[in-house]
Design a protein around this ligand. Structure first.
Ligand code: C2O
Ligand code: CU
Length: 430
């Protein structure tokens, strides 16, 4: 089977589109000058032998000596300045800011928006953290290898003002990843304890930084989904006995009230030892089953819902599937796939269907889309905005997006193995 790296394909697509008619050069699009407060970070990528808390030793690639790398916490509106250094990764390294609409040149795509940073080199990323929420970052140089080797971390943009829907007093991040043969949460193979007093409200930021869909159960307390992919839902309802499927690359923020018993747990059957124990730190009885969270549970419609009423200027249909040797979009892979070409200001409709070959979490760089419908049925609850959409076999979604961030962008399955096997394409501005 042929395994290429999506960045190679992206590079080819990039040079093809430049040949055509001198399309906008991504490299020239940088963060505008502003007087926003500056938050500076230094991140060094290096080979590191990590001793996990289950006794296992892994040869990992780390950011600042750990995997996940440091959690970057900034405030809405900050100017974020991150200098990436490469100590000793021969293949070079970049950082992609997953879910943040950065200017194109800061997107971290090796071969397209920048060259990978060679050993001994550095690159400084600058962007405005314009919208609060839960995001993450990872290398986008041979990303399917480098992310699974450990080059990733959480990026939290705190809101200037807490939304009314969020009465939380405690907050925690839980980043799930696969490292070597181990599943980890925040780098631990033993789960997480989030202490809390009776009645306290915990905002839990779940990040799926692995390649597989994870299903989560909350036991011992009803809960709400506050946000998906960093975007707050409107009036999220109370859920109980509900299973939350989180696709690779996606983030869900849950609100959980510490119950009388002080025993609640967030738990995923595919990573049993990685429970998040809320309250006293001990396990409640685990109850089996529950119904799958679906789009109808997403909260209440907005009163003056700015539902897209304009006719789309462009319509793209993407069928995610597989051929004999590759993962494909519309039966093609990589550079055979024509880019979605748009112009600034366009209203774009994208139909995405999953025709098999696994779950395909569909991710678009530099943009946020609104989910309009699933299998032909319009979403009725809270508007849902995502940067990564989990699709399961047989599902079709309609997405609505504004072309508001000129440049050259990737769109791909966030099972990064699938992406490297062909399920990857470009979004280009004329
Ligand atoms: Cu997390 Cu190309 O993406
Ligand atoms: Cu996929």
């Amino acid at each position: 089977a042929h395994m290429e790296h999506m960045e190679t394909a992206a590079k080819k697509a990039a040079s093809d589109s430049k040949d055509k008619d001198g399309m906008l050069s991504c490299a020239a699009i940088t963060a505008p000058e502003s007087s926003a407060p500056i938050r500076k970070f230094d991140i060094t990528a290096a080979r590191t032998i990590l001793k996990l808390d289950n006794g296992e030793t892994v040869e990992a690639w780390t950011f600042n000596g750990s995997s996940p790398g440091p959690e970057l916490r900034v405030k809405e509106g900050d100017r974020v300045v991150v200098t990436l250094h490469n100590k000793d990764l021969e293949d070079g390294v970049t950082i992609h800011w997953h879910g943040i609409a950065v200017p194109c040149s800061q997107d971290g795509i090796a071969g397209v928006t920048q060259d990978a940073v060679p050993p001994g080199g550095q690159f400084t990323y600058t962007f405005i953290a314009a919208s609060p929420g839960t995001y993450w970052y990872h290398s986008h140089q041979m990303s399917s290898i480098q992310a699974s080797k450990g080059l990733l971390g959480a990026l939290i943009v705190e809101p200037k003002q807490r939304p009314v829907s969020d009465p939380s007093t405690v907050e925690a991040t839980a980043l799930y990843q696969q490292l070597g043969s181990a599943m980890l949460v925040n780098g631990s193979a033993n789960g997480l304890a989030v202490p809390g007093k009776r009645g306290e409200q915990v905002r839990l930021r779940l990040i799926n930084a692995g390649n597989e869909t994870m299903e989560f159960d909350v036991d011992g307390a009803p809960f709400r989904v506050l946000a998906m992919d960093g975007h707050e839902l409107h009036s999220p309802g109370l859920l109980d006995g509900t299973i939350i499927p989180i696709g690779a690359g996606q983030r869900y923020d849950l609100l959980i009230q510490v119950p009388e018993s002080r025993q609640a747990v967030v738990y995923s059957p595919m990573a049993e030892s990685l429970s998040i124990r809320i309250g006293s730190g001990s396990h409640p009885q685990h109850s089996e089953g529950g119904k799958l969270f679906s789009f109808v549970d997403y909260g209440m419609p907005l009163p003056n819902d700015p539902a897209p009423s304009v006719e789309p200027d462009r319509h793209f249909e993407l069928k995610l599937g597989q051929t004999l040797f590759a993962k494909s979009i519309n039966g093609k892979s990589f550079h055979e796939i024509p880019p979605m070409t748009v112009k600034e200001g366009d209203h774009i409709l994208i139909s995405v269907s999953n025709e098999g070959g696994g779950d395909h979490p569909f991710h678009v760089h530099g943009h946020t889309f609104r989910v309009l419908s699933r299998n032909g049925v319009a979403l009725k609850g809270s508007p849902v905005y995502l940067d990564t959409l989990l699709t399961k076999k047989g599902e079709t979604y309609e997405l609505y997006m504004e072309a508001n961030n000129p440049g050259l962008w990737m769109a791909h399955c966030h099972n990064l193995k699938h992406a490297s096997m062909g399920m990857s394409m470009m979004l280009d501005y004329e």
